[in-house]
Ligand binder design. Structure first.
Ligand SMILES: [Zn+2]
Length: 499
């Protein structure tokens, strides 16, 4: 293996989360009853005419801009002819001769911390096929055409990858583009993003590319890593033994971690591409492109970089907050609302301080809750309005930090108005000094062991006693006042004891 260098190129399919399918008015939804979102167009019935969905077009143009390629002002569609039971039209509408995007580049960070440029060959629009389910028990195959006609973008790269880490860094970046553009949820395991890896080996120092194999539909980063490792080793053994790698399509087997032949060169189909006669060429005026450029969002890397520069967040915080657009939105909106509702003498200082507080609550409690509840970012009920209100109450000292955290956890699954909730549940910090004194006395009486520990010099025992006081008051005591009174009473006892 050491004699060879791995050379890889990718074909990445992104399923677009448009309202409708690409060439008809059928709904584009996931996991609905089979064959409920179908019509004569996506079923390929005679005489039905496809019309390009403008929403799919705008998704493609914005992704093209993110990939920094040349948006084709005049692209068009072609027919790729093949029969398969999940493809009712017996052809796929794709862009073969004039794709929407030519060229482009994406920068990825390598393991060594360097920046590497991956060149994009092209990107085109096409429609997805239906889905086959093989029912082994009943010995039948079922077809669901709901997915037929769902818009896809296919991004084809140049053979610029040399290891699996680069492949994964690239896919992660594409996934972030798609999510921040709002054109796909980027879920590999649900098939919203699928990658085919073309892999060949060549002798180190050799220029010419070796014969490649294509690995289809790898649907997780783990599968990609395993498939690349296996296939590179397999090819190295073939070449090492003086054999030849055969140009073929291979399927990665999750169960045993190997790749198996799907079809060989002899069987590669002739798709007989020809211009799609039912669709007009797509002409994009300059003005349209400019409008799309104006709609480009701030992507993950620039965002994370800004959080560190302007809000003094750590790199780790910035990474966590930008990993999903929903998390970044909650963070930014909460900060904006909290700032707006406050009257500060020096807003610049307060912004950094508040950003830190929000980041801490989100990177800690919120991420913990997501893991605990197996929820994706954004599946929470927390709104920036409620979150900002809760933080304001904590800042104003009307609730304790503990109450704020408890209410925050409840807000994850329930629409709670923090102010109303803490009032109803009597969680506001009480200024009732008599009640506090009763609570402190009760704790000192009940916790004899800790009191004597403290009096004999173990100062840590005070922390335990304070916790007991807070518990005794249902978290309503002002922690500073409780601590002051507790220490005062302990000091009195100490003085009494030494007299
Ligand atoms: Zn349809």
């Amino acid at each position: 293996m050491n004699d060879y260098e791995i050379v890889m190129g990718l074909e990445v399919h992104i399923e677009l989360a448009t309202q409708r399918k690409i060439f008809c008015r059928c709904k584009n939804t996931f996991a609905e009853a089979a064959n409920t979102n179908v019509c004569p167009v996506c079923l390929g019935l005679p005489g039905a005419l496809p019309v390009l969905n403008p929403e799919a077009l705008s998704c493609a143009v914005r992704m093209g801009l993110a990939l920094q390629g040349q948006i084709n002002r005049n692209s068009r569609f072609d027919r790729k002819n093949y029969f398969y039971p999940d493809n009712a039209t017996a052809y796929q509408i794709t862009q073969f001769y004039e794709p929407i995007l030519k060229g482009g580049q994406v920068e990825v960070q390598t393991e060594a911390g360097e920046t590497k440029v991956i060149r994009i060959h092209e990107m085109h629009m096409e429609d997805d096929a239906g889905k086959l389910t093989h029912d082994l028990e009943r010995r039948v195959s079922l077809v669901d055409f709901n997915r037929k006609g769902v818009p896809l973008l296919e991004i084809v790269t140049e053979p610029d990858f040399r290891n699996a880490d680069e492949v994964i860094a690239f896919l992660e970046k594409i996934r972030m583009f798609a999510m921040y553009l709002g054109i796909s949820d980027g879920k590999l395991h649900e098939g919203s993003m699928r990658a085919d890896v073309n892999l060949s080996l060549r002798k180190v120092e050799e220029e010419a590319l070796g014969v490649r194999t294509e690995m289809k539909n790898l649907n997780s980063f783990t599968s990609i890593r395993r498939a690349v490792a296996y296939e590179a080793e397999r090819q190295a053994q073939v070449l090492g033994a003086g054999g030849k790698v055969v140009f073929e399509t291979r399927r990665f087997d999750e169960a045993d971690g190997t790749t198996k032949v799907m079809r060989t060169k002899e069987e590669v189909m002739d798709y007989r591409y020809f211009p799609e006669p039912d669709l007009l060429p797509v002409h994009l005026p300059e003005e349209y492109i400019r409008k799309m450029e104006e709609q480009m969002p701030e992507f993950r890397e620039e965002k994370a970089e800004r959080y560190m520069r302007e809000l003094s967040l750590t790199q780790e915080e910035a990474q966590i907050l930008t990993r999903h657009p929903a998390t970044a939105v909650l963070f930014e909106e909460t900060l904006r609302l909290w700032q707006e509702g406050a009257e500060d003498e020096r807003p610049e200082d307060s912004e950094t301080r508040r950003a830190k507080t929000i980041a801490a609550r989100m990177c800690g409690d919120l991420m913990y809750l997501c893991r605990e509840k197996k929820a994706d970012p954004g599946q929470w009920k927390i709104t920036p309005e409620a979150f900002a209100e809760l933080l304001r109450m904590q800042e104003d000292g009307v609730i304790t930090t503990k109450t704020a955290r408890d209410v925050f956890a409840l807000m994850f699954d329930k629409n709670i108005e923090p102010m109303v909730y803490v009032n109803e549940c009597h969680l506001l910090i009480t200024k009732d000094e008599d009640a506090l004194e009763v609570a402190v006395d009760a704790v000192l009486k009940a916790q004899e062991k800790s009191v004597s520990d403290y009096l004999s010099g173990k100062e840590k025992a005070a922390g335990h006693l304070l916790g007991c006081v807070m518990k005794e008051t249902n978290g309503q005591a002002d922690p500073a006042a409780a601590r002051k009174l507790l220490l005062k009473k302990l000091a009195e006892r100490k003085a009494a004891g030494t007299m």
